[in-house]
Ligand binder design. Structure first.
Ligand SMILES: Nc1ncnc2c1ncn2[C@@H]1O[C@H](COP(=O)(O)OP(=O)(O)OP(=O)(O)O)[C@@H](O)[C@H]1O
Ligand SMILES: [Mg+2]
Length: 451
């Protein structure tokens, strides 16, 4: 503001001084005109020169008055102009007549006076030029100062802007990202994430609420798992007694049984076997805790081709009863995979089990091992010709106890197979995902790190 004010003042000085420079030139010319025309009048005695003298005199007075008025507008008036008016004003003789001029004794403006007069005008004009120069120097200096201030201001704004962006990213984006990762883990049934936001703002409150929710979900999950484990354990004991009793009856331990009784005993034995398998599967839920890394799990290198082959062999009898064929495309020169062999076998069996369970009779299940993604992983893909997975259910199928509505009534299962598979794959450093095939069926793929 100060700089602008000073610059304004300097510009005003330049403008006044420029005007004075023009006017002072007129003043000098009118004075010379006056002197020259007096001389011409005396010599040539023509009226017209008397008029010229009058015009030059009036112009001189008008111009000088204007210069003095402009001079007073300056902060430090020059004073030369007032001096010219006071010291030489008397030589102008405003009311003089033509006869007086023509008189022998009248000599006009004395030559000495004239040269002093002109000298003072020259000094005054010089002073005026100096003032213009000083004001221009001042303006130049001020404009450089303005540019410097602008540059400093610009640099300062950039620094403030960068700090603002940094502050916004720290205070909004970082907590939002943490929240996003936390929510992603919760949607994967992982309740171990604790958000470390301690700020006193809305994000702090949100983080506290999130951590409370996580703790509550974790506690609920543990209660549910414990309950299921206890329940299945409690049911398994009486169930084995029933199975033993049925076996003894079938084997005619207590006397002969007829064919009809045998038939019903076989049905009972089959159903007992089915329920026992379901209970075993449910008990696997307690395995999940160890899979998430709480306990030490044995990890060793193994051949993936061999592992996949033995998983296929274990489901083949069941698949063949429905005319489902399996085709395995092995990996040429397979690298060794590092992981828990038993757990990974469980993953392949769970996926193959589903492929067989949800495929139509006489269809085909393809199993394929490939290198990638990247150098450090291999991928196992299992494709079937079943109904596929609806797009909006792709995330749900990996959740505990989820089973599609269509399969609930007429198919066995508790909805744990894929959840267990995902936990095992993640605990072994891989990822699992599903894609629908363009025609029919879907492909479940999982990755594993190679040695
Ligand atoms: N290959 C598949 N084709 C079509 N739907 C599938 C397939 N695999 C899984 N699903 C769907 O995903 C759900 C969850 O599968 P998951 O293996 O977890 O449970 P389940 O097979 O029903 O029971 P469980 O495996 O515990 O015996 C299934 O109920 C089914 O709706
Ligand atoms: Mg299953």
């Amino acid at each position: 503001m100060k700089v602008l004010e000073m610059s304004d003042t300097s510009a005003r000085i330049v403008s006044i001084s420029n005007r004075i420079a023009v006017l002072s030139n007129d003043l000098k010319n009118n004075l010379l005109d006056m002197d020259a025309n007096i001389k011409k009048l005396k010599l040539l005695k023509k009226d017209v020169y008397f008029d010229y003298v009058g015009t030059a005199r009036r112009n001189y007075q008008k111009v000088l008055a204007e210069i003095m008025e402009l001079d007073t507008r300056r902060e430090t008036p020059a004073g030369y102009w007032r001096h010219i008016d006071q010291n030489f004003g008397g030589h102008i003789q405003s009311g003089i007549s033509m006869e007086q001029v023509m008189d022998e004794d009248y000599i006009g403006i004395d030559a000495d006076v004239m040269s002093q007069w002109m000298a003072v005008i020259v000094v005054a004009r010089k002073d005026n030029e100096n003032r213009i120069e000083q004001a221009l120097i001042q303006i130049n200096h001020l404009s450089r100062q303005v540019i410097r201030n602008c540059m400093i201001g610009f640099g300062f704004s950039i620094v403030v802007g960068i700090m603002g962006v940094w502050f916004i990213s720290r205070s909004i984006i970082v907590p939002l990202n943490k929240l996003k990762s936390g929510l992603k883990l919760v949607s994967d049934d992982n309740y171990t994430y604790e958000m470390d936001i301690t700020s006193k703002d809305e994000f702090g409150e949100l983080a506290a609420a999130f951590n409370d929710m996580n703790r509550q979900l974790k506690a609920d999950d543990e209660i549910r798992s414990d309950f299921i484990a206890t329940l299945s354990h409690e049911i398994r004991s009486p169930l084995s007694s029933i199975r033993e009793s049925v076996n003894m009856l079938t084997e005619e331990f207590f006397g002969p049984v007829n064919d009809k009784q045998k038939k019903f005993l076989t049905i009972a034995a089959d159903e007992i076997a089915r329920i026992t398998s379901l209970l075993n599967h449910l008990l696997d839920a307690s395995v999940l805790v160890s899979v998430s890394g709480a306990k030490k799990r044995p990890v060793s290198p193994f051949d993936p081709n061999e592992l996949v082959q033995s998983a296929i062999s274990s489901i083949t009898p069941g698949a063949e009863t429905r005319g489902i064929r399996t085709k395995f495309k092995k990996l040429e020169q397979p690298p060794m995979v590092k992981g828990n062999e038993k757990e990974i076998m469980q993953v392949i069996i769970n996926i193959l089990d589903n492929a067989v369970k949800f495929s139509p009779d006489n269809s085909r299940v393809d199993i394929r091992l490939t290198r990638g993604p990247g150098k450090h992983f291999l991928t196992c893909g299992i494709s079937d010709e079943g109904p596929g997975i609806p797009e909006d259910k792709k995330n749900l199928i990996f959740k505990k106890y989820y089973r599609a509505r269509e399969v609930r009534e007429h198919m066995d299962g508790v909805g744990l197979g894929l959840n267990i598979a995902r936990r095992i794959v993640q605990a072994n450093g891989g990822e699992i995902f599903v894609e629908n095939k363009p025609d029919k069926g879907c492909t479940f793929s999982f990755t594993l790190p190679v040695c």
